[in-house]
Design a protein around this ligand. Structure first.
Ligand code: FE2
Length: 325
């Protein structure tokens, strides 16, 4: 069982949360030797079985049907492709593409235990999962940043990472790939939302090569670009989806509002001639009532509702995998 302290070594938990968490990337080298902290996680040879799914509690949970692929083309330019169907996984990998699959923690007991161990130490865990990155030799990915806190957990082979020493955007609500066609409008949208993005050319970068047992932590908004050398690589990314106060509040708002018939009404035609209300007065009245309803909610109710909503979003056969109580 991998604990949070195991994951963060050689940093202490206190040092990690004061120096790195949500502030800057941290390279967490593993101990040298045959066995490492991720020895229990599925290795290369176990991937075909992992990707065929899992039998659990009288249910056959199918493996991932699609993957995200990236690589380096014959001109040396990085590319990325989404929605790759499972019958193309092997041929794309053999053609030099890196595959991102997941979440894969539901397919393997050791990955399930890894995620559950992390969740149990977080109290309010939010959505956490592991994706799997299987990368052939001399491949890689495009320069991008993610909206999540991520821990790259190297299991086999080596992977070279180039990453910005500081985030280029403060807790961005979306991922940004500089080679994507929508990169420019997304940057504009972020800036107009009060979240400026520093171009990769304006950031300081550092590089590290991960070996089995090593971890690279990156906070949201950190530019990063992976490459493999002469050997393939397998790593699992422990992904912590954003969990701001907003994410606690939304499920409660939904629960509150669905209880009232008026709040479920379709409001499209309120302003039609002959209708007995107008949309402005309706909205004002509902807002006043909503403020009153919200003022009756205390912090415990908010947190309890969040935990319940997290469990109820999980399909029944898998619910026990995520239960943290
Ligand atoms: Fe990423």
């Amino acid at each position: 069982m991998i604990s949070l302290d195991d994951l963060l070594k050689p940093m202490s938990r206190a040092d990690f949360f004061s120096q790195a968490w949500q502030k800057k990337a941290a390279y967490l080298p593993g101990a040298t030797g045959e066995r490492h902290r991720f020895s229990e996680l599925p290795a290369f040879e176990q991937l075909p079985k992992l990707l065929s799914g899992r039998h659990l509690a009288n249910h056959w949970i199918p493996g991932p049907k699609h993957a995200f692929a990236s690589g380096i083309d014959s001109q040396g330019n990085p590319y990325s492709l989404g929605g790759i169907p499972s019958n193309m996984f092997d041929s794309l990998f053999n053609a030099g593409a890196s595959l991102c699959l997941g979440p894969v923690n539901v397919y393997d007991t050791s990955l399930t235990a890894f995620v559950r161990s992390m969740a149990e130490e977080m109290g309010i865990c939010g959505e956490i999962y592991t994706t799997c990155y299987v990368t052939p030799a001399r491949s890689g990915g495009t320069m991008h940043f993610d909206s999540q806190n991520t821990f790259m957990c190297q299991v086999a082979g080596r992977k070279h990472w180039r990453f910005s020493t500081l985030p280029a955007a403060e807790m961005p609500p979306l991922n940004l790939d500089i080679s994507a066609p929508n990169a420019a409008p997304l940057k504009t949208a972020l800036r107009e939302s009060g979240i400026p993005v520093r171009d990769s050319s304006q950031c300081d970068f550092t590089e590290v090569e991960l070996s089995p047992g090593d971890v690279l932590y990156m906070p949201p908004g950190t530019w990063h670009e992976p490459r493999t050398g002469d050997e393939p690589s397998l790593h699992y990314t422990l992904t912590l989806q954003p969990l701001g106060f907003l994410h606690l509040l939304f499920p409660l708002l939904r629960t509150l509002m669905l209880q009232e018939r008026r709040w479920r009404e379709d409001i499209r035609f309120l302003d039609q001639p002959g209708a007995d209300a107008n949309v402005l007065a309706f909205a004002q009245g509902e807002l006043d009532e909503f403020r009153q309803a919200l003022s009756d909610i205390d912090a415990k109710t908010l947190l309890d509702n969040y935990r319940y909503s997290l469990l109820s979003r999980t399909a029944a056969p898998l619910r026990s995998l995520y239960t943290i109580a």
